[in-house]
Design a protein. Structure first.
Length: 208
């Protein structure tokens, strides 16, 4: 089984819970010799943001024009992410909730693969059809506040977004989620909240 583990936080694990979740998952998963594990750190990779540079590159390629440096880098980065996703049987995302959403670099990772003909297509009626139902996804998320209540849930545009994109548009099966929340809102309970969450991360990794 090929497992791709995507790190969506560049803060050290001593300060960032989702970074600690990433490390915990990796350590536990590596105990299983049947897993072929690769990692992708969205903050250490060269990942230019999606925009006109990409579409300009496509236009130039169609007529054989020379690409600029940013266009070349963008195409290479996009292809690298697409190759990583294509190879993976299971994709694990460890990421925080920042300002009610996911980090921009993780968004860029998704932008690279959110492409008609790759992760989805339109059928003859114009309906969106998922193209990757054979792949599985695990979501590991940390958020200092509590967003699981009915009042706060609509504000979470992190996990909800990931569910809708990977489970909905791409058709992947979400086989596990661990959300550690409330440790900043309740500092007196933080240690217990984090410990319980990391134990769930470890158990999930060992279940593969």
């Amino acid at each position: 089984m090929n497992v791709l583990v995507v790190k969506g936080n560049n803060r050290p694990s001593e300060e960032a819970i989702s970074s600690k979740m990433y490390e915990t998952f990796l350590a536990a998963a590596k105990e299983n010799e049947k897993l072929n594990i690769t990692t992708y750190n969205v903050f250490s990779e060269d990942m230019p943001y999606l925009g006109q540079d990409l579409f300009g590159a496509y236009g130039k390629m169609a007529v054989g024009e020379e690409l600029t440096d940013i266009e070349t880098r963008l195409l290479a980065a996009k292809q690298k992410v697409m190759d990583a996703v294509t190879t993976a049987d299971v994709i694990v995302f460890a990421f925080p909730l920042w300002n009610l959403t996911i980090p921009a670099k993780l968004q860029t990772f998704i932008d690279y693969i959110f492409a008609a003909g790759f992760t989805f297509k339109y059928d003859e009626t114009g309906t969106m059809v998922a193209l990757m139902p054979e792949k599985k996804v695990i979501l590991l998320n940390a958020r200092g506040g509590v967003y699981s209540t009915p009042e706060m849930a609509p504000l979470d545009m992190g996990v909800n977004y990931m569910r809708n994109v990977f489970g909905g548009v791409f058709g992947m099966e979400i086989i596990g989620e661990v959300i550690i929340e409330g440790h900043a809102a309740a500092p007196d309970q933080a240690a217990a909240i984090i410990e319980e969450g990391l134990a769930k991360v470890e158990a999930l990794a060992k279940s593969l």
